[in-house]
Design a protein around this ligand. Structure first.
Ligand code: FEC
Length: 316
């Protein structure tokens, strides 16, 4: 019989229905319910993207199933069966539910990975902290992939997407070298800088690697989707960046949201509706690279990172 190794695949989570938005938003706000205006504003954004459907749930389900297949197709460890469990940050099944399910299935060793390539104490670090606390409680020995932002197959997947969209710009008559590529990721409160958080630098590393591989010299980085709180968030914000680009007389912009791996609200609303609206007002031509979703190159990135982490833990 094969030795079962658990893989906790963690993702942000999304509501299951329009009725579930309030509980989801309250969880994001650490137990503080949103005001009726805030709730309506968020519900309107979900309505605007797909009318009451939540694409992140299906995408995460597919990514988890596909990762399990990819892991078990790998020939490096025929003695092991990798079993994937889902653990969501803000929705059910929560991170703790995933760890508990592993323990119930008799799994004693597991690897955790987050469906976000770049490490920040506020993002990936907080997923890991919760998983570790539950794992210690139920007696599962866990080890974690911290980041995989420079994995060659991840860089290749993003590069192909950049090239695909640059070709569309060319077909539409644009000069490829004049298209400004705008790499983006979710902003975080500026206070992370005081803690020496690696998040901004890791994002720049991915951006540089993709730009180099796609032979793009005209690129920059911008932050998106900053929270609606009074504290300062990392900038420049993507919408201000578009306004500045228009002043520089840039006409064509390709957004590459390398901090995200799925189609969801932050891509389908913040970029495809909000940023697109600003671009229209500025008379800029704006395109976005396709999301990774279950791209085999992304699945191989995750699988390789999990196996590498598993091997490292075994060697210790
Ligand atoms: O499609 C969906 O249903 C979910 C889309 C979604 C993703 C996502 C990813 C990240 N977030 C990160 C940080 C923060 C911080 C706050 C915050 C707030 C929200 C709200 C919604 C939301 N986030 Fe999110 N995030 C997604 C959705 N996020 C909705 C609440 C309303 C709003 O502000 O828009 C502020 C919370 C606080 O007050 O403390 C901070 C980071 C990521 C990328 C890494 C990851 O996936 O974990 C970082 C997807």
């Amino acid at each position: 019989m094969k030795n079962k190794v658990g893989v906790l695949v963690m993702s942000y989570g999304t509501p299951e229905s329009m009725e579930g938005i309030e509980a989801y938003y309250t969880h994001i706000r650490r137990g503080h319910a949103p005001s009726p205006e805030q709730l309506k504003e968020l519900a309107d954004r979900y309505e605007a993207i797909v009318g009451g459907v939540f694409p992140l749930r299906e995408n995460t389900n597919r990514q988890v199933a596909s990762l399990q297949e990819t892991l078990n197709r790998d020939s490096r460890h025929p003695e092991v069966e990798f079993v994937c469990y889902q653990g969501l940050k803000h929705a059910s099944p929560f991170i703790e539910d995933g760890v508990e399910a592993m323990a119930k299935d008799g799994i004693s060793k597991a690897v955790g990975i987050v469906l976000a390539p770049h490490y920040s104490t506020m993002s990936v670090g907080s997923y890991m902290k919760r998983a570790k606390a539950k794992a210690d409680e139920v007696g599962v020995e866990m080890t974690f992939v911290q980041s995989y932002h420079m994995h060659p197959q991840l860089i290749e997947a993003f590069t192909r997407r950049v090239n695909e969209k640059l070709a569309l710009f060319e077909e539409a008559g644009a000069d490829r070298s004049k298209v400004r590529v705008l790499f983006s990721a979710h902003s975080l409160p500026e206070k992370i800088l005081e803690l020496g958080d690696p998040y901004p630098e890791q994002l720049l590393e991915t951006s540089r690697a993709v730009a180099e591989k796609a032979d793009v010299t005209s690129w920059q980085f911008a932050w998106q989707s900053a929270g609606r709180t009074a504290e300062p968030w990392l900038g420049p914000d993507i919408l201000d960046t578009l306004r500045n680009l228009s002043k520089e007389e840039v006409e064509d912009v390709l957004v590459a949201p390398i901090g995200f791996v799925s189609d969801h609200l932050e891509v389908l609303y913040d970029l495809d509706i909000e940023a697109q609206q600003v671009a229209k007002e500025l008379d800029l031509r704006l395109m976005r690279i396709d999301s990774l979703n279950s791209d085999p190159l992304y699945m191989q990135t995750l699988s390789d990172a999990v196996i590498g982490q598993w091997e490292m833990a075994q060697a210790e």
